[in-house]
Write a protein that binds this ligand. Structure first.
Ligand SMILES: [Zn+2]
Length: 401
């Protein structure tokens, strides 16, 4: 995961207090700026990085040499009088493979540097796939893309978003309850099957960073992201520009926050967790549906007049708002982003939920917490995992070959 603030290890600075170390850091800053911010002129890069013009010129030339950026051929206005300078952009033929396993199958996509989704392909399954079968399904999807990849792209690696607890370091999946995975060496098995480096993370942590880098929370330094899917509710928390990982990487399980002490039993063993109480699976029978996507849900909720549906939405929104007030008290975010099913609830209950983040928290009235719906929608679980795979190149472009 590309944390926004990568701390400089003082020991490393000591050991490499050379031009080479500084050059690598600056290459990373320029490439990351172009990847996250889009094409820009050398003059814009000078303004953004604070480096001098000749340094930026040398860095851009080196990134071009590495095949990571190119002249976009368009002219960027510099905002000053005089001739506009040419614009630099990332080379989107440098790509990452994104993998998103869910309880109904798996989506695999190819994402270019710069965040464009170049292609996507889906395998549907009637029931959640065991980890070994998931690796097989992903392998066959990637094999189907190989001819195109080998002809047109340079793949840096594979990023995977898993709805569960993923151990930092080796990517072992400790628990993905809705996939029925326990202690699976999924990352290593997939790496062996595909022959690319594989980095795996938690779906909601990846979603949080995806929205910070390319979506509704672009540029935010402090974020609470809460995501509702058919596999429950997950959270991702960004503090001072860095994703909150915790000791082993499991931080952010906001779905298991108690919201109703007389509620239903959660699979985690406790009663009345957010994800068991605020769940689209409790709404679907009332809508006469067995499955629904986010766009269809928006339509259904927008026209709903059935008192039973309205009462259930109202009950869930009330419990969600209690949880959101807790999260604002806990993390003091500048923005709260709701994704998936929770984003759909926001669209029909903006006033109530805004009150939960703005008025109800301690010292509330007048606090300026923004509440937004995730904006990347179906792109999020491709762009987000791809960002994991791009991480090593963004951190040290000079290593790219
Ligand atoms: Zn629970």
């Amino acid at each position: 995961m590309t944390d926004l603030a990568t701390p400089v290890n003082p020991a490393a600075v000591e050991a490499h207090s050379s031009n080479d170390f500084i050059r690598r850091r600056n290459l990373s800053a320029v490439l990351t700026s172009l990847h996250h911010g889009g094409p820009r002129s050398r003059a814009d890069l000078v303004n953004e990085t604070g480096l001098n013009r000749s340094t930026v010129t040398v860095l851009v030339a080196e990134l071009m040499e590495l095949g990571l950026v190119r002249d976009s051929g368009t002219r960027a206005a510099t905002g000053r009088a005089g001739r506009p300078s040419s614009s630099i952009e990332v080379d989107p033929t440098v790509a990452a493979i994104a993998v998103y396993p869910d309880i109904e199958g798996v989506t695999v996509g190819l994402v270019g540097l710069g965040g464009e989704v170049l292609s996507r392909i889906r395998f549907d399954s009637a029931s959640p796939l065991p980890a070994k079968k998931m690796v097989k399904a992903v392998s066959s999807l990637v094999d189907g893309m190989r001819a195109d990849i080998e002809r047109h792209y340079r793949v840096v690696g594979v990023g995977v978003a898993v709805p569960g607890l993923v151990r930092a370091g080796d990517g072992r999946v400790l628990l993905a309850p809705h996939l029925n995975w326990r202690n699976e060496p999924f990352t290593e098995t997939l790496r062996q099957a595909l022959g690319y480096p594989v980095i795996t993370g938690n779906e909601s942590s990846i979603g949080a960073m995806g929205e910070v880098v390319f979506g509704a929370a672009r540029g935010a330094r402090n974020l609470v992201y809460v995501n509702g899917t058919s596999a429950g509710v997950g959270g991702g928390i960004v503090i001072d520009g860095a994703l909150l990982h915790g000791t082993e990487g499991y931080a952010g399980e906001l779905g298991h926050t108690l919201v109703n002490s007389s509620g239903r039993r959660c699979y985690c063993g406790r009663t009345g967790c957010l994800e068991i109480e605020v769940s689209q699976s409790r709404l679907l029978p009332l809508l006469g549906r067995t499955r629904i996507d986010e766009d269809e849900l928006d339509v259904e909720l927008g026209v709903a007049r059935d008192p039973a549906v309205l009462a259930e939405v109202s009950r869930q929104v009330e419990l969600l708002s209690e949880a959101l007030t807790d999260f604002v008290n806990l993390f003091n975010p500048e923005i709260v982003v709701l994704a998936g099913y929770l984003g759909a609830l926001l669209s029909v209950s903006r006033e109530r939920l805004t009150e939960a983040v703005r008025i109800r928290p301690l010292g509330g009235a007048g606090r300026a917490v923004r509440l937004e719906r995730a904006s990347l929608r179906s792109r999020l679980m491709l762009v987000g995992p791809a960002e994991l795979a791009f991480g090593p190149v963004l951190r040290d472009p000079a290593n790219f070959s």
